[in-house]
Write a new protein. Structure first.
Length: 198
């Protein structure tokens, strides 16, 4: 089984919009949707994100690029993910996109928030940077991951969509979901195969 990262920024060419703001009304809780933490209790009933003047792209694709590491999709993509992830804990949060003229963009869009992370990496083969300053209260905390290598033994019974424990901003889809999303002809769908231990 192959696995792929789904890029939340997407293509930087083609005139697609890139969202630079979180949904209004979340305060400091906006980070939860990038980390896989539940936010349904704080999520606004009429959640909206405005396009930024600093990001001139105006075309709204199927996978909406953004700088907050959210997985934002159109309804067809959301439905396909839901079909492949039955029984998986995922928040599906509706969002209204507003263009540069402060007008709502037509169409249904959603933030897909898989809850939690999965222990899936081969820690020896991956390149993980840890905070190793002696005496630091955060000693051993992960600073970043430069190389991701999946451990096939840890992927037994893995869901079709999950986050990486060492980097929750990374969304992984299996080859069946990747193929289904490709078959929809989605715009701005950027998938990169993740290395696996042989």
């Amino acid at each position: 089984m192959k696995y792929y990262f789904i890029d939340t920024l997407g293509e930087l060419t083609g005139g697609y919009c890139i969202l630079a703001s979180p949904p209004e009304g979340l305060g400091l809780s906006y980070y939860r949707m990038a980390k896989g933490e539940p936010i349904q209790d704080k999520y606004p009933e009429d959640a909206r994100i405005y396009m930024s003047e600093k990001m001139p792209g105006i075309k709204v694709p199927s996978i909406v690029g953004n700088t907050h590491n959210y997985l934002i999709t159109s309804k067809p993509a959301k439905d396909e993910i839901a079909a492949h992830c039955q029984g998986v804990e995922i928040e599906v949060l509706p969002i209204t996109l507003y263009n540069h003229k402060k007008r709502p963009h037509p169409g249904e869009y959603f933030i897909i928030n898989p809850i939690g992370t999965r222990d899936c990496l081969d820690l020896g083969a991956s390149a993980i940077e840890y905070l190793d300053e002696p005496g630091d209260p955060y000693h051993g905390a992960i600073v970043g991951v430069d190389r991701f290598v999946l451990d096939p033994q840890k992927l037994v019974a893995a869901p079709a969509l999950f986050r990486v424990r060492e980097d929750p901003n990374k969304y992984v889809v299996d080859e069946r979901l990747a193929g289904a999303l490709r078959a929809l002809g989605l715009t701005n769908l950027v998938l990169t195969e993740v290395e696996q231990r042989q």
